[in-house]
Design a protein around this ligand. Structure first.
Ligand code: LLP
Length: 438
């Protein structure tokens, strides 16, 4: 068995996370249940922070909160000294409501609304990462209306190919994000910002993709950053103050994944940028990264109750759980793979292959295919699916009018509710019956 940090098996043969018996947690809070190991989360924050401090005089970690954005998580990440990257009004609002200093917040997004830009400018956030020409016009308008300036960074699309699922490649030529470098759009954007009364030309940004294991694309990214910054210096006489390298560092979902230590990526980025900048006599600016999955992913586990088994003779056995694509859409969407255990029978040999199905009305609604489970797996057992901290709760929906599960924090034998389970009343709260239908 390949258990994550903080996991163990107790004398009852149950999986424990940070000293909490997962079968007890399932009983206490109900299932499906998202469980986040707080200690593990803090450890990951510290690893990134200390690596940035080790390799850069001026480095910064911005947690990509799209991976999991909720008040309790933001509070923990903030208390570890990280900044927060947001990508929507909702994420930004949550961060502001949590009391995070606006100076630690940045706003992303390829289709920002005027309201979102207004929220950012009004609250004096640290930086907006601009993604298109119309957005630059909107930022200028908003700043003028509010008589407030704002730092603006440029999201670059330098045409970098990474070996990741096509849905999470974000810096290729044909992709909706950022300003093209090769076709001259990015330098045009820099010129517009530089000439603006309200926008401060702040930095350049590029997020190349997600679940990346190789260092090579980051090397390529560094070269593009320095080339572009030199171009800006030469053509506009302006100096770029921040290189933001995005996130994308891979994590372990199954034994087939062999993630590097985060530090290896940061070391490489530091070495590449230092060499390239000194070759071109460019002052090394503030360097930031935006890890999401690699901070929160492995710290999360989802617990399910088995509702029943279905044997399809000579084909496969399905295990029906009480979750599904409404709380984890990644298998249906990306053919994602997960490691699963029978949390209530950890000491039994896991050597019978079953496929864990969700409860939504779609054949593709699967949590994971053909995964080893005990022979005795049966109704009432508790399942644990690992590495569900990132992009599970944050991509949840009410499909089939299922309720989004609760999320708890566990820490050293204690558990606390961080998101309440939705109720049926919550789901119908916004439904209205127009007069004529009553
Ligand atoms: N920065 C930017 C601008 C991003 O767009 C992203 C992710 C990140 C940082 C963080 O990337 P991470 O370190 O988490 O890989 N729903 C997909 C992932 C989409 C990622 C989108 N952007 C999934 O479940 O795999």
């Amino acid at each position: 068995m390949n258990l994550h940090y903080g996991m163990d098996i107790n004398e009852k043969g149950h999986l424990t996370i940070s000293g909490c018996d997962t079968v007890d947690l399932a009983r206490q809070y109900g299932t499906p249940l998202y469980v986040i190991d707080e200690d593990f989360l803090r450890l990951n924050c510290r690893k990134f922070k200390s690596a940035m401090e080790k390799y850069f005089k001026n480095g910064r970690v911005m947690y990509a909160s799209k991976a999991l954005n909720t008040k309790a998580i933001l509070k923990i990440v903030d208390s570890e000294g990280l900044g927060i990257d947001t990508v929507s009004g909702g994420e930004l609002y949550t961060a502001l409501e949590t009391g995070i200093s606006p100076k630690k917040l940045e706003l992303h997004g390829n289709s920002k609304t005027k309201d979102e830009i207004e929220m950012a400018v009004k609250n004096d956030i640290y930086c907006i990462i601009a993604d298109g020409f119309d957005e630059l016009t909107m930022i200028e308008e908003v700043c003028q209306e509010l008589s407030k300036p704002i730092n603006v960074s440029i999201r670059l699309r330098p045409n970098i190919d990474v070996h990741a699922h096509h849905a999470v490649q974000t810096a290729k030529m044909d992709c909706k994000f950022g300003f093209g470098v090769i076709d001259g759009q990015a330098i045009k954007a820099a010129e517009i910002i530089n000439n603006s009364k309200w926008m401060n030309l702040h930095g350049i940004h590029c997020h190349i993709g997600s679940q990346i294991f190789s260092e090579d694309p980051f090397k390529e990214l560094c070269r593009h950053f320095v080339d572009f910054a030199c171009d800006v210096r030469e053509k506009l006489g302006a100096v770029i103050k921040e290189f933001n390298c995005g996130g994308g560092f891979g994590v372990r979902y199954t034994e087939a994944d062999e993630p590097k230590q985060f530090e290896a990526f940061i070391k490489l980025i530091s070495e590449s940028l230092t060499t390239l900048c000194s070759e071109r006599d460019y002052p090394l600016p503030l360097v930031s990264i935006e890890p999401g999955r690699s901070i929160i992913g492995e710290t999360g586990t989802t617990l399910y109750t088995v509702n029943g088994m279905k044997e399809i003779t000579d084909i496969r056995t399905y295990c029906m759980c009480d979750g599904g694509m409404f709380e984890n859409v990644r298998t249906a969407l990306y053919d994602a793979k997960y490691t699963a255990y029978c949390a209530s029978k950890m000491n039994e040999k896991h050597d019978r292959f079953v496929s864990i199905a969700g409860k939504c009305c779609e054949s593709g609604d699967m949590i994971t295919w053909d995964t080893p489970m005990p022979h005795s797996l049966a109704r009432g057992d508790i399942l644990a699916v690992l590495t569900t901290g990132a992009y599970n709760y944050s991509m949840a929906s009410n499909y089939n009018r299922n309720t989004v599960p609760a999320l708890i924090l566990v820490n050293n034998g204690k558990s606390s509710l961080a998101i309440k389970r939705q109720s049926y009343e919550y789901i119908t709260a916004n439904d209205l019956l127009p007069e004529y239908l009553k």
